[in-house]
Design a protein around this ligand. Structure first.
Ligand SMILES: Nc1ncnc2c1ncn2[C@@H]1O[C@H](COP(=O)(O)OP(=O)(O)OP(=O)(O)O)[C@@H](O)[C@H]1O
Ligand SMILES: [Mg+2]
Length: 276
């Protein structure tokens, strides 16, 4: 009997009546068999998502900005050696990290002779499956918790060179799992196992979650997103301090009004890359 049930029973005894409710506890995780994906799943990306202009409108001004971002990253990551493990992050929540990661991955897989693995490492609030439009099955959390093989967690997409590892099953303590040694080991495995392709990792924000910071020290490159007019300057300054010593490749200014787009409809999407 759980502590809650005991407390309820005791309260009932004190009232001299039966407990009015019964607590149904969630089954402990160990009782749930890890899901299996018998064969590689292929999903069709939701081409109607207005937040995926790289698919919906590949010739738009916004998609052009993503192409510029991609070109700069390809240049920066091929200077001395191939630096393939890249993470997208930002100072605070809701700045456009997932949208940037998804569009960047699509843009890379579409246009260059590049293969891309997009990983949703935001175990706290996963959203890549929502952006691309598919149901989550197994993913990163299952690899971390249940030792599922990375290869079994990979989802193919209708864009030939783009595959995905989604966040996976909901976990009780996502941030602990994110910060675990297992996560570090898994990232090292991903980097070497998929050393022929770019790995784009969507992460939680930096300031509220110390765990994201540890990842920033492991990856080959950090892409830092700032939501123009939204991210407070002091948050950007704080994040800049945190990222000292990390391989920051550049900054994406999301939702910028800096570019005079011909079609104002697109201005909300405008993403300017300012890598230095
Ligand atoms: N340039 C943009 N144009 C239109 N909508 C945007 C833009 N940038 C962000 N949004 C909106 O802001 C919301 C947050 O975007 P996104 O999920 O990419 O942020 P995030 O940084 O990944 O958030 P979280 O920290 O919760 O993971 C989305 O619902 C999206 O609709
Ligand atoms: Mg996100």
């Amino acid at each position: 009997m759980s502590r809650i049930e005991k407390a309820l029973e005791k309260a009932a005894q004190m009232r001299n009546c039966e407990p009015a409710i019964h607590v149904v506890e969630k089954p402990v995780r160990e009782e749930v068999p890890p899901p299996r994906q018998s064969e590689t799943r292929t999903i069709t990306i939701n081409a109607d998502n207005r937040l995926l202009p790289t698919i919906k409108e590949p010739h738009s001004a916004v998609s052009e900005q993503y192409r510029k971002l991609k070109s700069a990253l390809v240049r920066l990551t091929n200077e001395d050696r191939f630096r393939n493990l890249l993470m997208v992050t930002s100072a605070i929540a809701g700045e456009g990290k997932s949208m940037t990661a998804a569009n960047l991955a699509i843009s890379m897989a579409q246009e260059y002779d590049l293969t891309v693995l997009l990983i949703d490492a935001d175990l706290r609030r996963p959203s890549i499956h929502n952006y691309l439009g598919f149901e989550q099955t197994i993913g990163l959390s299952d690899c971390l918790q249940d030792g599922i093989n990375l290869g079994d967690a990979i989802i193919k997409t209708d864009i030939d060179k783009l595959s995905i590892i989604s966040a996976g099953r909901e976990v009780a303590k996502p941030l602990e799992l994110f910060a675990s040694k297992k996560m570090q080991d898994l990232m090292a495995e991903i980097k070497h196992r998929y050393n022929d392709r770019y790995v784009i990792i969507d992460t939680p924000p930096l300031l509220p979650f110390a765990e994201t910071r540890s990842l920033a020290h492991i990856v080959d490159g950090v892409i830092f997103v700032i939501h123009e007019g939204v991210t407070p300057q002091e948050s950007v300054a704080e994040a800049k301090e945190i990222l000292k010593g990390c391989p920051v490749l550049g900054v994406v200014l999301n939702d910028s009004t800096a570019l005079d787009l011909e079609n104002s409809h697109y201005s909300r999407y405008y993403t300017r890359q300012t890598a230095s």
